[in-house]
Every structure is written in C-alpha cells, then in structure tokens.
Design a protein around this ligand. Structure first.
Ligand code: ATP
Length: 236
C-alpha cells in the first residue's frame, strides 16, 4: 500500500543556511511517526515545508498520492493535512470558541458544529472556557486549544510540533494520552518532539534527524533501546 505521506530527498534552506539536506521518510495511514533530534536539526523546518509555509529547494512531498509542493497552505489543509505549530500560536485576543472557529475555515458551519462537540469532548477544559481569551490560558490549556483548532479541519494527518514544550510533567502525560486517543480514533500523526523518550514510547516508528538529514530509523521501541539514541537523546 502506498504511504499516506511520502517525503523524498527534501532540501530546504534559509538564504545560505541549509536547514534540511536530503530528508526522506514515509508515514502510513494509521501510524504515529515521530521525528526526534536536537535543537536546530531541521524538524520544524520539515513540518513547515510539508504544510506549504516554506518552499523547498528540491525534493518531493506526496500526500494521498499527490504532490504538495507549490500548493498553498490553506489548500493543503483542505486536502486533509493540518499542523499544530510549535509554541501553540493561538490567537491570544480571541476566545476559545473563536480560535476553534478559525481552525474550521475549510469546513461548513454544520460540519464545524459537529466537530466542535468532538473537540470539547476530547478537551473538556476547553468547554469550560469557551469565552475566555486564549492569551489568558495556561500553557497546557493553550496547547489543548492549538490541538483542538488543528482538529477542526478534520485532518487525516495531524502534524504536532513539540506539543510537550514547556509543560509540567503531569500535563505532558495528559497530552500524550490525548495523542494516543486521537490515533486510536483514526487520525494518523506526525509528531516532532524534543521529549524523545515520550515520543518514542507512543510512536509506531521514529526517525532521528541530525543536522538536516535522517541518521537512523526504526520502530519506536527499537529506537528507545538503541545505544546511540539513548546516549544522544535520552540522557544515557
Ligand atoms: P528546535 O527543536 O530547536 O525547534 P528544529 O529541529 O525544529 O529545532 P529548525 O527550527 O527546523 O530546527 O531549524 C533548522 C535550522 O534552520 C537551524 O540552524 C535554524 O537556526 C535555521 N532556521 C530556522 N528558521 C530559520 C529562519 N527563519 N531563518 C534563518 N534560519 C532559520
């Protein structure tokens, strides 16, 4: 079966800085796949390029068998691929409900009314805070809102960029449980994380990204027990 997302020999640069230098990976329908790697390895650049926010120098990105290169970000969302960006980037002046509405811009009002119910069931804390402005919410609540907003487009593939960043351990556990539950309900997930241990525990497969290229790949379990990965990313 063809992969849901297939990235081949991707090269991306910012002026003279070569951030991604020949990255290739696949994601099959139903999987959780994680990209782990140190600061600056090119993880966010990879996700932002897949989302259409950055234009690659070369390489291919195929989603559901069609190329995404050169397609506008909102069209990519329409095709079923959503990004929950690093640092959440919620609209701080807008309420929870308004933020979720923004996430549903590719869908009809009737679809959004139904999806928002699912989001509130998944994140009861958002329902309690529908009218609260997003900027006044805690980091964990903002992460839930950012994930809820991405889910409003009903993506087939959800890309999460560092969802655990800056969160207390108990909230990290909660976010990872939600990731697992979303996947159980049919959403394929591409997870970028600095918390390699949590990411590899939840992932079917992982790719290690090192200064712009993939240095290793395997099942989440194998990478979790790999000596090099343990030394470099799991604190020995
Ligand atoms: P982190 O975990 O710290 O977010 P990352 O693996 O996501 O790191 P990227 O953010 O993709 O890494 O950055 C890859 C490289 O590209 C880094 O050297 C970074 O400094 C550079 N870079 C990222 N964004 C820009 C930009 N807008 N302009 C110039 N260089 C950039």
């Amino acid at each position: 079966m063809a992969a849901l997302l297939s990235v081949r020999d991707l090269h991306v640069s910012y002026g003279a800085i070569k951030a991604v230098q020949g990255v290739s990976f696949d994601i099959n329908e139903g999987e959780i796949v994680t990209l782990i790697g140190a600061n600056g390895a090119g993880k966010s650049t990879t996700l932002n390029t897949i989302s259409g926010l950055i234009k690659p120098d070369s390489g291919s990105i195929d989603f559901k068998g069609e190329s995404l290169v050169g397609i506008k970000p909102h069209k990519i969302v329409e095709r079923g691929l959503a990004l929950c960006p690093e640092g959440r980037r919620v609209f701080t002046q807008l309420s929870v409900a308004e933020n979720l509405d923004m996430g549903g811009y590719t869908r009809t009002d009737a679809e959004n009314a139904e999806t928002i119910e699912h989001v509130y069931e998944r994140f009861p804390r958002l329902r309690e805070r529908v009218n609260q402005s997003a900027g006044t919410m805690s980091g964990g609540e903002q992460q839930m809102l950012a994930m809820g907003r991405a889910l409003m487009s009903r993506p087939d593939l959800l890309m999460l960029d560092e969802p655990s960043m800056g969160l207390a351990p108990i909230l990290v556990d909660e976010i990872f449980e939600i990731i697992r539950a979303l996947n159980d309900q049919g959403t394929t997930i591409l997870l970028v994380e600095q918390n390699a241990s949590m990411a590899l525990s939840v992932a079917d497969r992982g790719y290690v990204l090192e200064v712009g290229h993939i240095s290793k790949t395997g099942t989440g379990r194998d990478l979790l027990h790999d000596d090099d990965v343990r030394k470099a990313y799991l604190g020995g």
